[in-house]
Design a binder for this molecule. Structure first.
Ligand code: CP
Length: 293
């Protein structure tokens, strides 16, 4: 339902169409206690393109920097009439703590290593635009899976839609336990051999190595990671011709993804993912806030 809404909102999401006024008089607060470009800007644009007012808070410049808790911050903003919170933080479960305290919708915009639900939605929206029905399709997710909230949300979304996921990377970053997290008709498999998997993938999603969460580890620092798991032109040529390349961003160019692959207009859907992010977030905000929610 959200994906159909998002498809219907694609023109409005471009910024080339008149603003919709379905959220006129409502206020959305972005609480971004961890850095973001794509998610924060696209939630701001999504809310404005639906006619809402937007408040933008980060730790720096707000009283969080003086020790105020994120729950107290949200309660104070709710007292000012905020109608929904969009929350990013480095602590898994942070948005849920706020949701337990306030009386308005709270949207998780990425919490620690836990989940990034609207990223999962925009990923499957982009995959469906390229591949059609995901049932029976095999999507490779490559890299730092253990630290990745993006991977968790993508796995849930893909398997719910009947797609299969192969999580690929070194054993330290892709533990076998991930085979237990499928939650739909599709399944999740773990592999440590990217080259063996390439010919059978219908799409490949490269993940950023998250130095801020995992510290990288010796394989990454030594350069083995790029050699074993980086997507370069030679590996792109071994993927089926119909298989697109995705990445949630931001990209470590030349580590998990080479620049010529990232910038290949025929194979890379990275900027299409970003564009779809505005439409998905408009759909989520409209569903939660328009006509009383
Ligand atoms: N994909 C994503 O969450 O990017 P940002 O960290 O820039 O929001």
């Amino acid at each position: 339902m959200i994906l159909n809404e998002a498809e219907a909102l694609r023109t409005a999401a471009t910024g080339q169409a008149p603003r919709l006024n379905v959220l006129a008089g409502r206020t959305v607060a972005n609480l971004f206690f961890e850095d973001s470009t794509r998610t924060r800007c696209s939630f701001t644009l999504a809310a404005r393109r639906l006619g809402a007012d937007v408040l933008d808070l980060t730790s720096a410049g707000s009283s969080v920097s003086k020790g105020e808790t994120i729950v107290d911050t949200a309660l104070n903003l709710q007292a000012m009439g905020v109608g929904a919170f969009v929350v990013r933080c480095s602590a898994s479960g942070g948005p849920h703590m706020i949701a337990a305290a306030v009386d308005v919708p709270v949207i998780n915009a990425g919490d620690g290593k836990h989940e990034h639900p609207t990223q999962g939605l925009l990923d499957v929206m982009t995959l469906r635009q390229s591949l059609g029905d995901l049932r029976g399709r095999t999507i490779g997710i490559v890299g730092d899976i253990v630290s990745s909230r993006v991977a968790r949300s993508a796995m849930f979304a893909i398997t719910i839609l009947g797609g299969n996921v192969v999580t690929i990377g070194p054993p330290t970053l892709v533990p076998k336990a991930f085979e237990k997290i499928e939650c739909g008709p599709g399944n999740v498999r773990v592999s440590h051999d990217l080259d063996a998997e390439l010919p059978s993938l219908d799409a490949i999603m490269m993940l950023r190595v998250q130095f801020e969460r995992s510290g990288g580890g010796p394989a990454i620092i030594s350069g083995d990671y790029r050699e074993l798991y980086g997507l370069n032109q030679s590996r792109l040529n071994r993927l089926p011709g119909h298989a697109p390349v995705l990445h949630p961003g931001p990209v470590n160019r030349g580590l998990e993804l080479d620049s010529d692959v990232m910038d290949d207009p025929k194979r890379s859907l990275i900027l299409a993912q970003v564009a779809n992010g505005v439409a998905v977030r408009m759909a989520v905000l409209r569903m939660l806030l328009a006509n009383g929610g």
